[in-house]
Write a protein that binds this ligand. Structure first.
Ligand code: ADP
Length: 164
């Protein structure tokens, strides 16, 4: 039985994340989407809000679950008996950082492999950070996020008449 973890901040979950979830769920028996509870990062959404949004969105995938974790990813992977880490690669800028993390994790826990899914071209530019930047100025974020997530992002910025 192959269990994988797809870790991230998901602040908020984007269509790019969902694409990685859908594609990696087909490759493994079980996929755990692990939401990192990182107090150092100033998150827009609380850990519970991020977990709940993901839970709503993954209900169509029978082998995907959502969980929150803190601390080292390798420790969490060991605890839930995951042998694979899934990460998404967008541009070369992701590569150097991701390679370093993957090699470090493999060094600490040799049985743990990281696999990378290259982003779909249409989401190559898409990040939670960019979405927040656009939304904070009342810009149109409808292309980037699942429909039910959109009003919650504007709400965080106190924007009521979005999409007008
Ligand atoms: P982190 O803070 O760990 O980078 P993110 O929520 O920003 O958390 O991203 C989680 C994972 O999803 C990362 O591996 C990231 O590269 C990947 N990812 C984010 N956006 C996209 C996208 N548009 N296409 C493919 N992968 C993506």
């Amino acid at each position: 039985m192959k269990r994988a973890i797809y870790p991230g901040s998901f602040d908020p979950v984007t269509k790019g994340h969902l694409d990685v979830i859908a594609r990696s769920a087909r490759l493994v028996d079980e996929l755990v989407v692990g939401v990192l509870n990182n107090s150092a990062k100033n998150a827009l959404f609380s850990i519970q809000e991020r977990v709940n949004m993901l839970k709503e969105l993954i209900s169509e995938f029978p082998n995907v679950t959502v969980d929150a974790f803190d601390g080292l990813l390798v420790d969490y992977a060991k605890r839930i008996d995951a042998a694979i880490i899934v990460r998404g690669l967008r541009a070369v800028t992701d590569f150097e950082y991701e390679l370093q993390i993957a090699q470090t994790n493999h060094e600490i826990y040799a049985d743990l492999e990281t696999i990378f899914l290259t982003t779909r071209l249409e989401y190559a530019y898409l990040s939670s950070t960019i979405v927040k930047e656009v939304a904070s100025y009342g810009g149109d974020i409808s292309r980037f996020l699942p429909p039910q997530i959109i009003p919650r992002v504007y709400e965080k910025y106190g924007i009521k008449d979005f999409g007008k």
